[in-house]
Design a protein around this ligand. Sequence first.
Ligand code: UDP
Length: 171
Amino acid sequence: MVWALKRQGATTPRVSGVDLADGICSLAAKRGWSIYLLGAGPGVAEEAAQKLQETHDGLKIAGIRDGYFSEAEEIDVIEAVRDAEPDIVFVAMGIPRQEKLLSAHLGVMGAKVGVGLGGSLDVFSGRVKRAPVIIQKLRVEWLWRLILNPSKIAKVMMLPKFMVHVMREGR
Ligand code: UDP
């Protein structure tokens, strides 16, 4: 993303999903905005909520739901989010499902902001460790995550396709 944005003339530092979510939680706790946590395995989002509330005093969690449900159950999940009336929805269900869900249903959910967070709830819960800082600084955190979870290879293989799209667009 940093590379693609630079080609469009926008220079930005790398911001991981975990850092972005942490920053949003900090702001939300100060402003009184509530957050709905949707995604990750059963129990993970509850643990993540507890840790986030320990770090961000006063953080309001509007609701919690794991990310393992069928297409048929999706409408009930979306309605549950809407009924909880969150200001922000974090959807941590992996690429591309979280983006598709937000793109199709954020309006119905009623939240002002929806953010796709990949595996961030696993990290906040403490079940998954982030890469050492040196790996993050070398900008190869993706490689670390791939080594720990080789089934991610299909997602990593999409990156060259993304680069080709960006280069074509830039012409
Ligand atoms: N996940 C989910 N529902 C699914 C599949 C995955 O909630 O149907 C969760 C999974 O438990 C994990 C996250 O989505 O917490 C995906 O993490 P991953 O690191 O694979 O995401 P990426 O950042 O690569 O998109």
